[in-house]
Design a protein around this ligand. Structure first.
Ligand SMILES: *Cc1c(COP(=O)(O)O)cnc(C)c1O
Length: 441
């Protein structure tokens, strides 16, 4: 394997121009300058090829420019681009029907459509408040739910996201996410760590911080994304559902990163057999066209008063047709591929962890896999410098992978990835780890 001298000259030139005119607030992960992509492969402007383990942060679910998605967009573009949510359009209805079919409720569903993950979360917050007539929410440390002032009130994965922005929406109380690799609460004997966190909410928060009957909702990622690809213990969601039922609190499931078939099921929460009340979807929902959806039990969303919430672009026809094609493709074959390729990669990565002392934890479901790097497996001390080296060597060897959490790397390729590309990508990743080991030895 050869370490390439990337970024090349064309990429460098574009990065220079970008620096002059694009907001520096964007956190960039690496000097990759996209030219084009196909399936799970991407090429930069200098012609260098990469295996895509990022998928635009779990967005390009059907791979880059899937012909069926492109065709749907082209056909729609010739008919009309926009009509506004003040009127009706057939593809909007078709999309909402499709979302109702795949919604994780054993009752009918309704959807509110927007343009991004954060808008899906904002709509969920407003729906929960107006439905319950309650004010408070529970959120989780290390969560990411977006950057507008409602969703930012929950986002707690990096303090820099919040610096200078208070007051965001008041009323959110943060509790630890059940991270089994790094527990911060004491479990009782025989108690699952997920159950411990739920007990903490009931015993500590509801008794001492805010009464349960003033809590509108609990907003939670089924698997933490930005926070480090953290999978909660199996007891967590069943216990959380029980807690919500006991106190009439809405369980709001942020599936923006984990949903849309990525984990091998439509919604990651289905891995634990739990039905939420509201689901937020975006990222993988339309293969790269901006779209967000707040999907709720019909019994909840039908109570929303006309005018209570709205937008200009809701159900935008270009996004809707891209999403319809995406949902069909995922349902036909790619969700199955995500489950199979995910299991395959997980097996290989767990073997890899045995060979590499700094690869402390491998976790995930389907094609949402996190690798956590540590100083050593005993202490589990964070090792972000090591992670950064791995990310950079992988980039130079031809794999685009992105960090998450303090010391982790995410593997989130398009759901279309083949076994050959997965093998090639994992071999490159192992070489990158080996090179990083040499640097720190
Ligand atoms: C990315 C993300 C969001 C925000 O989505 P945007 O489209 O960037 O606003 C919300 N929740 C989760 C879980 C995410 O990963």
């Amino acid at each position: 394997m050869k370490l390439r001298d990337v970024p090349g000259p064309k990429a460098k030139a574009i990065i220079e121009r970008d620096k002059k005119v694009v907001s520096p607030s964007y956190p960039r992960s690496g000097p990759f300058v996209m030219d084009h992509g196909k399936g799970a492969e991407i090429w930069d402007v200098d012609g260098y090829r990469y295996i895509d383990f990022v998928a635009g942060i779990a967005v390009n679910s059907t791979g880059h420019s899937h012909p069926k998605v492109v065709e749907a967009i082209q056909k729609q573009a010739e008919k009309f681009l926009h009509i506004s949510s003040d009127y009706y359009n057939p593809v909007w209805v078709e999309l909402a029907e499709k979302l109702a079919e795949i919604a994780p409720f054993s009752e009918p569903a309704m959807s509110f459509l927007g343009n991004s993950g954060t808008e899906a979360v904002e709509a969920a917050i407003k729906l929960a408040r107006s439905y319950t007539k309650r004010k408070f929410f529970i959120g989780f440390i290390s969560a990411f739910h977006g950057r507008t002032l409602g969703s930012l009130a929950f986002t707690a994965s990096k303090a820099v996201y919040r610096r200078d922005f208070f007051p965001w929406m008041p009323g959110v109380i943060h509790v630890p996410y059940p991270n089994p690799y790094r527990p911060v609460l004491l479990s009782k004997p025989g108690e699952d760590y997920g159950e411990t966190v739920v007990r903490y909410i009931e015993e500590q928060i509801f008794n001492k911080v805010v009464p349960a009957d003033e809590v509108a909702g609990i907003l939670v990622e089924p698997i933490q994304g930005e926070g480090g690809y953290v999978v909660p213990p199996d007891g967590f969601f069943p216990a959380l559902r029980k807690l919500c039922d006991k106190y009439g609190i809405l369980l709001i499931d942020d599936e923006v990163q984990a949903g849309m078939g990525r984990t091998g099921k439509w919604w990651a929460i289905e891995h634990w057999g739990v039905e939420p009340d509201i689901v937020c979807a975006a990222k993988g929902i339309a293969s790269g066209v901006p779209l967000g959806a707040t999907i709720a039990r019909k019994s909840i969303m039908e109570k929303w008063a006309t005018g209570a919430h709205g937008n200009t672009y809701g159900g935008n026809p270009i996004a809707a047709v891209a999403s319809i094609a995406t949902i069909e493709l995922i349902g036909e074959k790619y969700m199955k591929n995500a489950a199979e390729m995910g299991e395959y990669a997980m097996g290989k990565l767990k073997e890899m962890a045995e060979r590499h002392p700094n690869l402390g934890d491998v976790r995930g479901k389907g094609l949402m896999i996190g690798l956590e790097f540590v100083k050593d497996k005993e202490s589990r001390e964070y090792f972000p410098e090591f992670r950064n080296k791995v990310e950079n060597y992988a980039f130079r060897l031809g794999v685009l992978a992105m960090g998450c959490g303090k010391s982790s790397l995410r593997i989130a390729p398009p759901l279309v990835i083949t076994k050959d590309l997965m093998d090639e990508g994992l071999a490159i990743l192992e070489e990158a780890i080996t090179l990083a080991e040499k640097d720190f030895s």
